[in-house]
Design a binder for this molecule. Structure first.
Ligand code: IPD
Length: 292
């Protein structure tokens, strides 16, 4: 760009290169056997040696290509969810995601989930992904989600559309919630899960069916493809949402929270415009953003 800022397309090209290498590492490490399984927020929230190795690889690759950028990663820092500083800067305390990238106008921050779908990874279910997005001035402008097991890949740039294998994605054309296949997911905290289960029990007879695949970034991409009609989940973190959220939005889906709030930890709904409102209103009545 004339002002020296990278274009979304330039950032996407970097994201795709880095994500492909990272996905190859995840796939290779899975073939060699899952190692060093530790728990994080609860006894069922796991992190493996591969999550950490893949995240380190992404940070190192980005530092080589764009040394001044920051990287927010799921596993970075002692408690995870921290930010790797730009070269020569002090790290932010790990465990809490920084709200926005520091630096002047045009600052780029990368948001990485090294392995989204870690439980699938643990069990060898071929449904786990590297998710990498680039944010400029706090806005996600480019993103890639790559299923490391199948090598399916979804990309998007802000204003430039969403694609898989060269095909532009447009989401589902379904207009009736009762005929909609709806994907969702659950948090790791058992009390939250119980609430999410109650919400689901009162939604399942209002829709065609429910799917729970176990990787939020891929859920968003499947919604972008129209392979499910809609998706919602409470408790997503920036690394779950950043790249897949852009893919879904660029495929024409509405991606938002409840009552005009942006999509975020309270709730993410991704749905074609015709389904968004009925699903949203139903989720409000079911208190989907409530509970712990
Ligand atoms: C999880 C997956 C899962 C979703 C959880 C996420 P992780 O991410 O995306 O589908 O339901 O909310 O935390 O732990 O596999 O990276």
């Amino acid at each position: 760009m004339p002002d020296g800022r990278p274009t979304p397309q330039e950032l996407l090209e970097i994201a795709v290169t880095v994500a492909r290498q990272a996905a190859a590492t995840a796939r290779r490490m899975r073939a060699e056997g899952v190692a060093e399984v530790a728990t994080k927020s609860t006894a069922t929230d796991v992190v493996t040696a591969a999550d950490r190795a893949v995240e380190r690889q992404v940070v190192e690759s980005i530092r080589r290509l764009r040394p001044r950028d920051r990287v927010l990663g799921e596993e970075f820092g002692p408690a995870g969810g921290g930010e790797a500083p730009a070269a020569g800067e002090e790290p932010t305390g790990g465990g809490r995601p920084a709200a926005a990238p520091a630096g002047g106008p045009g600052a780029v921050r990368w948001i990485v989930d090294p392995i989204d779908g870690t439980v699938n990874y643990l069990y060898g279910l071929p449904h786990y992904a590297v998710s990498l997005a680039a944010e400029v001035d706090g806005e996600v402008v480019a993103g890639v989600v790559r299923n490391a097991a199948t090598e399916d890949e979804w990309t998007a740039t802000r204003g430039g559309g969403a694609y898989r294998a060269g095909r532009r994605l447009r989401g589902s054309t379904e207009t009736d919630l009762a005929q909609s296949l709806v994907a969702t997911g659950f948090g790791y905290d058992p009390v939250r899960r119980a609430h999410q289960g109650r919400v689901l029990a009162r939604l399942i007879d209002q829709v065609r069916d429910i799917r729970r695949f176990g990787a939020a970034a891929l859920d968003l991409c499947l919604a972008a493809e129209g392979m499910v009609d809609a998706y919602f989940e409470r408790g997503l973190q920036p690394w779950d949402l950043a790249a897949g959220g852009l893919v879904a939005r660029e495929a024409g889906l509405r991606v938002a929270g409840l009552s005009g709030a942006p999509a975020g930890p309270d709730l993410v709904i991704a749905a074609p415009p015709a389904i968004f409102k009925p699903l949203h209103d139903r989720l409000v009545r079911l208190d989907a953003a409530g509970g712990p």
